[in-house]
Design a protein around this ligand. Sequence first.
Ligand code: ADP
Length: 159
Amino acid sequence: MKVIYPGTFDPFSLGHLDIACRGARIYEQVIVAVSESSNKSPMFSFVDRINMATAAVENEEKIIVKGFSGLMVDFMAENNILHVLRGIRGMVDFDYEFQMAQANRTMFPGFEPIFLMPGPKYAALSSTFVREIIRLGGNPSRFLPEQVSKYICERRTGG
Ligand code: ADP
């Protein structure tokens, strides 16, 4: 069975990788679905976010990356997938996810949310935090897969 792991991935962090890898131990394939999320005005472009996620999972056989625009449930229907993987760091995530899942279930019968918790090292990590470090000129590499750090570094130096 396949599962999608949707998100903005702005940028793809070690917390995201942790959840995707946990999903890959349960499912035959995990599709990391990078949302265009233009309403969120991401720091990184849609293409950059897809490239970073793709680079981050290059050694993971069961994980692939796709980009999508519009409704997640439409993307799920197109790909014939019912299960959605989401990471839960604590009660704040849970509250939000619970509401979203209820709404998605109403729109897409058969929709099944799968919630996984990250390893303890990643429970307090968010892309918001990573973006703040980048904005302030710091080095976020300890929170990012090596390939993502490299990608951002090359972007910064214009490489
Ligand atoms: P969205 O904009 O959909 O919230 P994100 O890219 O911020 O997208 O997150 C995608 C998913 O990954 C969400 O389910 C989020 O809760 C989860 N996630 C983000 N960071 C972590 C982390 N450090 N540990 C576990 N799950 C995480």
